[in-house]
Design a protein around this ligand. Sequence first.
Ligand code: 76R
Length: 224
Amino acid sequence: MSSPSEGWGVLHLFCKARPGAEAEAVRIAVKAAADGDHQVVVAAMLGHKADLCFLGVGPDLWRLRALQTDLQLAGLEVVDSYVSLTELSEYSANVPDKQKQARLYPQLPPEGMTAFCFYPMSKRRVPEQNWYTQPYDDRLAMMYEHGTSGRKFSGRIVQLVTGSTGLDDYEWGVTLFGVHPDDLKDCVYTMRFDRASADYAEFGPFYAGMVADLDDALRRVGLH
Ligand code: 76R
């Protein structure tokens, strides 16, 4: 089956705009992928790692694969990527149903939050600092602390945490949408002091950019 039994597939594609890439073919690729329950968030990225991020979300992994194929055929080079699924955290049993639905079936991008970053992370597994050997109640308490410090950013940050254990190199993809770029920095810095991050988090590479509508993003990276 190409659809998860619960939740949606999530594909982050980080691309470079090489000479010869065709803006019109990119438009057609995104339009074809963003159909029905499927969404594609586009961001223009800063720095040498990538020019564009296409964040495809939806039930059908074949649809996400088609997005990748079509962008490659349009002349974009996929220079990094991340594969994950939306999920309910095992520590969120007590959150209201509406919030659970928003975790599994997010509507993106959040209104008015165009500052964008992505990084993968795992929970550490070394002797003396092994998240997975901690008793459930201790992990729950640490995630409760995490949620409490995260909620202080309500209205400034929306997190999209998607699970990738067994699917990609880290255990989660962390996508943050912020009102201002410094909201992203503040939030990540503040959460570094939560025990769940201070003692147990391992991070992969960080990507940052701005969410934009497709035409704007293409123009900004030099594709017309
Ligand atoms: O679902 C909920 O909102 C309940 C509380 C909550 C959970 C269960 C929550 C809230 N998070 C949860 C799970 Mn989170 N989160 C991160 C990072 O950089 C770092 O230090 C870590 C990266 C940030 C910045 C962040 C932000 N969170 C998780 C999990 C899954 C753990 C598991 O299931 O084992 C990870 C890996 C993770 C990582 N978190 C919040 C935030 C923010 C801003 C909140 C407040 C809620 C909101 O407004 O969305």
